[in-house]
Design a protein around this ligand. Structure first.
Ligand code: SF4
Length: 199
């Protein structure tokens, strides 16, 4: 990675989700500047809607359920060291003195956490650690379409290392124009907006 110029380049948790869905999304969007079709942004837009609703309702039930003393909302953070930036829905101050990210998802909870959601949470943990200077050992994800089920993510050193590796791979694509391999889940190609230009 050290041969790739990465100064001033930041990966967002949303971009990481795109990359984990298919590595070629980052190539088409960031290297060629071809955006996805609007309808494929539906879930993102719905997510924003939920986000706004949540702000209006200001639900303290989550905070109570997790036993946290206070929280910061909509916290924008960035890290020059890790080349990441993003806004986490909430930073929770837990009873044990630690901090945790809380992220809201407009999706249903499925047994076994989505890989995308997990690594997005890991990025938030790194950002909180860098910004607040405190250890972050677990995070939470609220699934609004499963009665606000809260999933806990307990971070391991391997999770942090894997997240860094993913970010490095993304930076390499964005900076060198390297054409990445296709997703191994070929079913995703069926209704992909890039399928006509993706050989
Ligand atoms: S067509 Fe398949 S491999 Fe190509 S960008 Fe879409 S999902 Fe990825």
């Amino acid at each position: 990675m050290d041969v790739v110029e990465t100064q001033g380049i930041y990966i967002t948790p949303s971009e990481m989700i795109e990359y984990l869905y298919c590595p070629r999304f980052i190539y088409f969007m960031n290297c060629l500047g071809i955006e996805q079709h609007e309808e494929q942004r539906y879930k993102v837009l719905k997510g924003r809607e939920v986000h706004e609703q949540r702000k209006r309702m200001n639900p303290d039930y989550v905070r109570k359920r997790l036993g946290c003393a206070e929280k910061d909302m909509d916290v924008y953070m960035s890290s020059d060291t890790y080349h990441i930036k993003g806004k986490v829905d909430e930073v929770l101050y837990l009873a044990d003195g630690r901090l945790s990210p809380l992220d809201y998802k407009y999706t249903e909870y499925k047994e076994g956490l989505y890989r995308t959601h997990k690594y997005q949470s890991v990025l938030y943990a790194i950002l909180i650690r860098e910004t607040y200077g405190k250890e972050v050992v677990r995070g939470f994800i609220c699934y609004t379409r499963s009665k606000n089920k809260i999933a806990e993510v307990v971070y391991t050193q391997k999770d942090f290392a894997t997240a860094q590796e993913i970010v490095n791979n993304m930076l390499e694509i964005m900076q060198t124009g390297y054409f990445p391999k296709q997703t191994s889940f070929r079913i995703r190609c069926v209704d992909c907006c890039y399928r006509n230009i993706c050989v």
